[in-house]
Design a protein around this ligand. Sequence first.
Ligand code: CA
Length: 696
Amino acid sequence: MGTLKRFLLVVVATLGSIAMAADGVPRITDREIADVSNTADWLAYGRNHNEQRFSPLTDIDTKSVSDLGVSWYLDLPNDVGLVATPLVLDGVLYFTGTMNVVRAVDATSGELLWEYDPRVADEIRGRKQAGMVHNRGLAIYGDKLFAATWDGRLLALSLDQGELIWSTRTFDLGEPLYITGAPKAFKGKVLIGNGGTENGAARGFVSAYDAETGDLAWRFHIVPGNPADGFENAAMEMAAETWTGKWWEQGGGGNAWHGFTYDEELDAIYIGTGNGSPWNQKMRSPGGGDNLFLCSIVALDPDTGEYLWHYQTTPGETWDYNSNMDIVLADLEIDGETVKALLHAPKNGFFYVIDRTDGRLISADAFADVNWATHVDLETGRPVEREGARYEDGREVITPSPLGAHSWHAMSYNPGTGLVYLPTLHLSTDFDDTTFEEETYKPAPFELNTAVGFLMGPQPRDYQGELQAWDPVEKRQVWSVPQAEPWGSGTLTTAGNLVFQGETSGWFKAYDAKTGDELWSFDTGLGISAPPITYRIDGVQYVAVLVGFGGAYAARMGEGPEAHGWAYGVHKRRLIAFALGAESEVPTQPPPYFPEPIVEADFEVDEELALEGEELYLVKMCIGCHGGEAIAGGMAPDLRASAMTLSETEPVFRSIVRDGARVSRAMPAFPDLTDRQLEALRQYIRRQAHAAAMGD
Ligand code: CA
């Protein structure tokens, strides 16, 4: 960037609200992050501390949006799934890509300024490692940029050079946990949690670190440990009253992998907590109980991490209905009074409006098909479950599915329209509780520990995705855009009366925020899973979005995501920025691609081994990236079409799976697999390849 341009940017920023030190380096405090009037930057995951993802910009509006075109793009050839919200400060756009690589680009041209590779592959080499390669974003505070890595590190980088200032481990390397989330920065601290509820006996926690030094400031556990070891605090003692059996041996869960909001007005940090470890409550807490603080919003003191209040959305959860979804703050007029509201649409299908001064439930209404509960009782604040919902009869089709009626795809709130723009999923699951024995069930690290079987259920509707506008005061849907495919991106809304969203289909669209009428669309040629942002520099409003199909649906669901043809390594992952009147050309993507399963001539499947392999494929979490039934959605190679699984390349297969020969591409090592287990896996993959080729 030229000196003059840099100088002008500094002047513009100074005229705005960004605090600058004498050296010209910005110093971001809570005041700047909370300031909704600053339109030059996008300083936090949800833009501002209120997480509304609302921009007051009006250059692009319902009339002008038809002139939106590509201003610039940046190709990311080595990336896979992209799910991050970029940040913008002082003319620089920061984002995380695959394997936690952090990049800074000129926000007006896409020119790469610096790149920081935390070398995750080196960190996990020779180990099993849970989790996924994608990451949802960054935080800025003071003069630093914060990132968290897959393997559990929290990093502070310099904003101008991307130099490592400090790095701290948030859990021991080798623990079956992972981070995909964006750190949350507030009051001189940086908070991060982790995922891993399904990867062994997990006990969730969040940790806050000093932003300057990286020293641990406080830690809050989400579920109680073994009472014999003593409780960390009174909140854990209270929570222990709601558990039964030897829950600590099963971990308990509650992992907070997403959903942190700092309330600058009321000085509280809200944590959206995870589901049970394992899912099946009978195995986790055999005598029942609410199992606090699973599936809750927990308000904590930001300085000390002390418990303030909680609201539990799914007491005694048993369906993976975590409450890790984003937490949006808004002032709402309800019955003639201004309510300091907290808006939350967790997996369980109810839209919650909570008074955030004390955690009192104001309303909870179904925003999707829900069959596990009939309604939420406003007197008790509790869901009223229907008979059979806990699959107490062994098998039960439950809606929503464990992917949720809403997942981490951010909803946005527009104070002008009073509406929430909510990416919604319509899926159901067939739970099967007939194969697990309470007496013998034991979770193992790095192994799938749901303790209940689950298969895709019949579809509740003839479409699987939806963008809906929800009125949190009137408690109803205002408009709806049904989408054939689920997993549409998070949303952005603006004072230009617009809503932006990317689709699994690859279309990026703008809608009228009041009516839901489609006003503009652009075919990116690859599924979009990341939420768009907007900012204004030198009089130009930009809308930027990362294009790169990713996340749990893409990784695990097999046949569904595979049908889009966003096969591994075929389409270019990209960052694209749009502006009015811009006419840059983006190279055309290859058409959807469907890998051909390879049939090995004269190969006789050993059915017994293949069955053993099928079990291993699930238990060892191969499914987590290579997809259900060995059908890949695009996050990893389709093994049925991989020459590495043929008999003549068996030694190569072994070196990849057992020795970690592809660890640089995020494939962990499984050093303790026996020769028989490796062959069983290979037999299963070959069986799936042959079956596909035969058309079954
Ligand atoms: Ca979960």
